[in-house]
Each structure stands twice: as C-alpha cells, then as structure tokens.
Design a protein around this ligand. Structure first.
Ligand code: NAD
Length: 452
C-alpha cells in the first residue's frame, strides 16, 4: 500500500510537500518496466542516445533556478550551493553525452584471427541516493549509466525526494523514452532493498552511510550483483608551518561547514604543525565567526540548517561530550540549527576525532612532523578526501601520495569535478564515480575472437 511522506523545510520545520512512497509492488513494476525499456535503449544508435542526453542537459539548464529553489526549501541548501548542484546535473549530462560515441573497445593482437573487446550495458541499474546532495549524487549515477546504454531506477532519500522527482519529469520532457529513467521515492528498507534483491537489477550504485553500504554489499553478493559504494568520511586538512597560515585558516571553515558539515568530503579533522598551531587557531576563530549562518532563503547565507531534528540530535550528542573551544552563530527559530563549532583534541582515540559527525563540527589537533601528520591522517577506517597546505612542492607531493584517500588537494579544498574520478579508500567506498571511466563501470567488458 502507498504511504505518504511529509517533506519538511529544515530551516523552519514546516511541511513543504507530501510525497507518496512506493511499496514493494510499485518497486517491482518500475524495475520490470525499466527492464522492458532496456533493449531499445541499448540498441539506440550512439549518436541518438547522445543527442537525447544533450537535450536532457538543456532542459535541466532551463530549470536550474526552479530545481535550486526546490533544494533550498527541501534540503536547506544555500542558494549558491543549490544552483551549483542543479548546474552540476546539467554538466554531468553534457559530459557523458560524449560517451556513447566514444565507448571504445580494443583490438588485441592474437594469432589466427582478430580479437576485439566491446563495452556492453548491464541492463537495469539501481541508484540509491542520500539526502545530503540529492541532485549531484543522482546525476553522477544516472548520467554515465544512461550514456553506457543502461536503464535506471533511482530512489531518492526519504527526506529529500523533490528534486529527483522533478529531474525524472524533465527527462520525459526532454524526450527520453518512458521507463529509461524512473524515479521511485520510497523507504530504503523497501525500495532500496528491492534494488538489491530483484534479479533484474544488475548493478546497485549506492551513496550513503558505511553501515547501510555494508548491508547492501552483503546483499548483492547473493547474485554477484555489481556494486559501487560511496560511503562516509573523516577527512584530514593538514596544515604545515611553511604554508600561508592566514589563507589556510580563512579557508578551513568552508572545507567543513559547507552544507552544514553534512558532506562526506568534509575536512572534519584539522591537523596543524605544532609550531604554527597557536597562530592557526587564533586565525581560525574569527574565520568561523564570519561564516554567515542564515535561513537559506536569504541569498547571502553561507550555511543553512541540518537536514532533520534527528540529525541535529545526533550532532548535539557529540558536542555534549566535549568542550567547544569556540563556535559561530545561528539564526535560531524552529529549524534544525547547530552553530559551526570547533573542538581542540589531544587524544586520537576521542570519539569526536574518530567518528563521522556529519554536522558543523571540526576537531583540531597538533602534529610534530611530516611522518606524524601522515600517521594521524591515516589513523582512521575512512579514506575519502583531504587537503594539504604547504609551500614546499616536494612535501605536497609526498604527503598527497602518503595519505590513504581517494581525493586529495594541495593548497585548496577542491575534491569533486565531474571530469575527474571520485571515490574512497578503505571503508569510504568501493569503485569510483565520475571522470572519464565512469561509463565503463556501468558496462560489462566482452572479448570476441574471430578465427581467420
Ligand atoms: P543512509 O545510508 O541512511 O541512506 C542513504 C540512502 O540509502 C537513502 O536513500 C536510504 O533510504 C537508503 N537506504 C537506507 N537503508 C537501506 C537499505 N537497508 N537498503 C537499501 N537502501 C537503504 O545515509 P544518509 O544518512 O542518507 O546519508 C549520509 C551518509 O552518506 C553519510 O555517512 C555520508 O558520509 C554518506 N555520503 C557519502 C558520499 C560519498 O560520495 N562517499 C556522498 C554523500 C554522502
């Protein structure tokens, strides 16, 4: 039976929409319709599939403001972020629209004939999206999956279904055939689980918590189902004394408090070389106070609320265990606000140093030398991203190679570009998204030998 989920604006705690949630029967029907749509989508000439994806990108482009407004209201994202996120879906579609005509196999020298390889689509791909970046994470899955010739069923997070539903409508407006991209709002335990258990879903592309990711990987093992996992993080921002300390301190808040810290790439641990520690912390304090935490409907807001009362309670529980060194402000009111907060930590066993808080909380710790910095950075089960601030090019290269994480930046905090690969080491994930190879990860590689 269909249940209805009330979508809440996290900045005000008021309802913004009611969304019917699919049950098992609707999930099965959507998966079967996607499987029925697959042969024609797979057989479509590459240039035509590319043209449809470009048209989809153009339709998204024409709706950037509408999509952004939905995300400001549904997820509490700032206008700047929300416009970037809608634009990122457009850009991913345009980038992967180049793939159908370029999904090259190889010709491999063999005796007695001709050996060639082909990339072939898998069939139906199930994409499971979390609430923290509803639009980009949907696009990182569906754009390359569709380009490679798969059909897609996509389940948004319960809390943030609105932009995904709209993107599904825009795909139809752009002329994508019915059931090539189907958005199915519903519970993870029902619709998400069905992607794992339904034999017609040939790959699950999951972004979310490490705990649920492990469960999905175990479930996929039953059918040797392909899986990509993008999971949690506890990334380090490593600041050496030879760096521009003023610049490092000014940028550090935005590397962790963006999206109110609900970012798998958040640099939630700051490691500072001991000789620069006091200067860094004294410069960090005004930088944190300067973060504009405002209702995201205000265009100048730099940080909005947390996504839900539950997330606020979870983050507040971490803060209750520690002494906050200094914090920024919040606008107050009924929304799910937590101020950007800084904690200094001595003990690497502290819970706030080890666990992903997924809120606007950063822990700062001193280190002694390069080897110590790498050791502390790697002393975590996660390995998603990280930053290194130094003016020594050799050190920047050594430390970037020494830190066990999938996405590092030296003297900046950038980690996600749709044309470069993204994903985690260790328990931050399995496989990579984005970049030039993403369509291959939604394909099987077939080898054919033709005898002379
Ligand atoms: P979550 O794991 O609770 O939920 C993610 C999605 O999985 C939701 O759509 C949910 O409905 C679904 N789900 C829940 N239980 C399921 C089940 N048993 N079977 C199938 N699907 C199920 O995570 P969340 O709280 O929405 O997101 C926050 C987490 O996501 C954080 O840990 C964060 O680090 C991680 N994240 C990682 C990346 C990355 O790229 N590595 C990006 C964004 C978020």
């Amino acid at each position: 039976m269909t249940e209805v989920f009330t979508v809440i604006n996290p900045a005000t705690a008021r309802a913004v929409a009611e969304v019917p949630e699919a049950g098992l029967a609707e999930a099965d029907a959507a998966i079967e319709a996607a499987a029925a749509a697959f042969p024609a989508w797979k057989a479509m000439p590459p240039g035509e599939r590319a043209a449809l994806l470009r048209r989809f990108a153009a339709v998204v482009d024409a709706h950037v403001d509408e999509l952004a407004e939905l995300e400001v209201r549904n997820a509490g994202h700032t206008w700047g972020n929300a416009r970037w996120e809608a634009g990122n879906v457009r850009d991913c579609l345009n980038y992967y629209a180049g793939a159908p005509e370029r999904l090259f196999g190889r010709q491999i020298p063999v005796a007695g004939g001709l050996d060639v390889t082909f990339y072939e689509p898998l069939g139906v791909v199930g994409i499971i999206v979390p609430w923290n970046f509803p639009m980009p994470i949907a696009g990182w899955g569906f754009a390359p999956a569709l380009a490679a010739g798969n059909t897609v069923v996509l389940k948004p997070a319960e809390l943030t279904p609105l932009t995904a539903i709209r993107l599904g409508e825009l795909a139809i407006d752009a002329g994508l055939p019915e059931h090539v991209l189907t958005v199915i709002p519903g519970k993870g335990s029902v619709v998400g689980e069905r992607f794992v258990t339904h034999p017609l879903v040939r790959k699950v592309c999951f972004t979310g918590s490490t705990e649920v990711g492990k469960r999905i990987m175990r479930g996929c093992a039953d059918q040797v189902k392909r899986v990509t996992l993008e999971l949690g993080g506890k990334s380090a921002n490593i600041v050496f004394a030879d760096a521009d300390i003023a610049a490092a301190a000014a940028s550090a808040p935005y590397a962790v408090f963006d999206n109110a810290g609900q970012d798998c790439c958040a640099r939630s641990r700051i490691l500072v070389e001991r000789s620069a520690y006091d200067e860094f912390v004294s410069r960090l304090e005004p930088a944190v106070a300067g973060v504009k935490v405002l209702d995201p409907s205000d265009e100048s807001s730099e940080m909005g609320p947390l996504i839900s009362a539950q997330q606020k309670a979870s983050v507040t529980a971490y803060l209750d265990e520690v002494e906050v060194a200094f914090a920024g402000s919040t606008p107050g009111g009924d929304g799910f606000w937590v101020p950007p907060s800084v904690v200094t930590v001595e003990d690497p066993a502290a819970r706030i140093w080890r666990e992903e808080v997924f809120g606007p909380v950063v822990a700062v710790m001193p280190f002694d030398d390069e080897a110590h910095a790498i050791e502390l950075a790697n002393d975590t089960e996660y390995g998603l991203s990280g930053s290194i601030f130094t003016n020594d090019l050799g050190r920047g290269m050594r430390v970037a190679r020494g830190v066990e994480a999938g996405n590092l930046s030296v003297n900046s905090h950038s980690s996600v570009r749709y044309w470069t690969p993204f994903g985690g080491y260790k328990q931050s994930g399995l496989g990579r998204e984005l970049g030039p190879d993403a369509p291959q990860s939604f394909s099987e590689l077939k080898n054919v030998f033709f005898a002379h």
